[in-house]
Design a protein around this ligand. Structure first.
Ligand code: NAD
Ligand code: UD2
Length: 309
């Protein structure tokens, strides 16, 4: 049995990861400040310990890492929009918090699998986006995620084992639809269940690469296994965590209406300023090196989401 530290484990993706690790028979410590996450997302389980605290608290992070086998680092201010509204605080959590977690993992000699984002790429110069594509983040959020990756890469030269996982657009139960920073699928599903309308920003031909949350947690576990099996010395890898399928927002709206069997209408509003026209990840590297493949088709994921609401 192994023991894992999961920062941000009370959040949307973190709570699904915690469930997966507990189901595998491992022990889990969650470090979370409950700023967007909640203990209500987590099960009652003998193998789970929940610590309320800030990832920038060096002593706290160090003390809980001391006897862990590895760390999954998911805690973040996880919103592009909020990163503009609350620039310095986002930077504190996403940059300083990440460096704190990485540095303490380096000192403890444990591997880290950290959440990064497709936001590091900025506007794609070509799709599908491979990990070696140009990075040019357009937001403080994306910039701090990129900085976290670079710190991990630098620390690998000093012995850290780390993977940065560039999540594309993740969806599934427990993603809060009420927040102004919510992802489009949780907003559309909520609107569909309220009877509509679903409001598409712009023409609806913009595309995204959606990935269901349990596919993401599968990738995280495979990345940790990869690091545990790596030889001695430092190691840094970056992986897209994506489905490799492009879906337009109009197609998505129709699919959400079908999955929820809703009578809701679709309306069109103004395009979002700075919206990215296409986003599609290349899944080949994670497939080749981690054996990862996202295997939840959009229709199936949307049905699971609808059933959970
Ligand atoms: P979330 O907001 O549900 O989870 C983040 C968690 O971190 C929350 O539980 C929050 O309370 C906690 N947290 C925030 N600041 C903290 C701090 N200072 N100390 C301790 N805990 C803190 O968001 P999520 O969607 O589950 O995102 C998880 C990770 O995945 C984040 O790193 C995010 O940037 C990344 N990500 C998410 C998506 C997506 O589509 N959801 C896409 C790309 C990357
Ligand atoms: C951002 C981040 C991504 C991830 C995600 C979290 C970038 C490049 N990407 O992606 O990494 O953090 O946020 O959710 O910064 N839309 C509508 N109607 C709505 C809501 C959204 O049409 O009611 C459109 C929106 O204009 C956009 C698409 O849906 O074209 C996706 O929007 P999103 O906010 O879910 O995510 P996105 O791609 O901005």
């Amino acid at each position: 049995m192994r023991t894992w530290l999961v920062t941000g484990g009370a959040g949307f993706i973190g709570s699904w990861l915690v469930e997966r690790l507990l189901a595998a028979g491992d022990s889990v410590r969650v470090l979370d400040d409950f700023s967007t996450g909640t203990p209500d997302n987590l099960p009652r389980h003998d193998g789970l310990r929940i610590i309320e605290g800030d990832i920038c608290d060096t002593g706290l992070v160090a003390s809980h890492m001391a006897d862990c086998d590895g760390c999954f680092h998911l805690a973040a201010v996880a919103s592009v929009v909020r990163s503009f509204e609350d620039w310095a605080e986002t930077h504190r959590v996403n940059a300083l918090g990440t460096v704190t977690v990485l540095e303490q993992a380096l000192r403890a000699g444990i591997p880290v699998v950290a959440a990064s984002s497709a936001a590091v790429y900025g506007i794609p110069t070509a799709v599908p986006q491979e990990e070696d594509a140009q990075v040019d983040p357009l937001s403080p959020y994306g910039l701090d995620k990129l900085a976290g990756e670079r710190h991990a890469q630098l620390m690998a030269g000093h012995g850290l084992k780390a993977c940065a996982m560039r999540f594309f657009n993740v969806y599934g139960p427990r993603q809060d639809p009420k927040s102004p920073y919510s992802g489009v699928i949780s907003i559309f599903a909520d609107r569909a269940l309220q009877g509509g309308p679903l409001v598409i920003d712009g023409a609806g031909d913009q595309t995204r690469d959606f990935i269901y949350v349990t596919d993401v947690t599968a990738a995280l576990v495979l990345a940790m296994r990869f690091l545990m099996q790596a030889g001695t010395g430092g190691r840094f890898e970056v992986f897209n965590v994506c489905g490799g399928t492009e879906t337009s927002i109009s197609t998505l709206a129709a699919a959400v209406i079908a999955a929820t069997e809703s009578p809701a209408d679709i309306e069109y509003g103004p395009a979002r300023t700075g919206d990215i026209p296409r986003s599609l990840g290349a899944p080949a590297r994670a497939a080749a090196r981690l054996g990862f493949r996202a295997d939840t088709p959009l229709e199936q994921g949307l049905r699971s989401l609808a059933a959970a609401l």
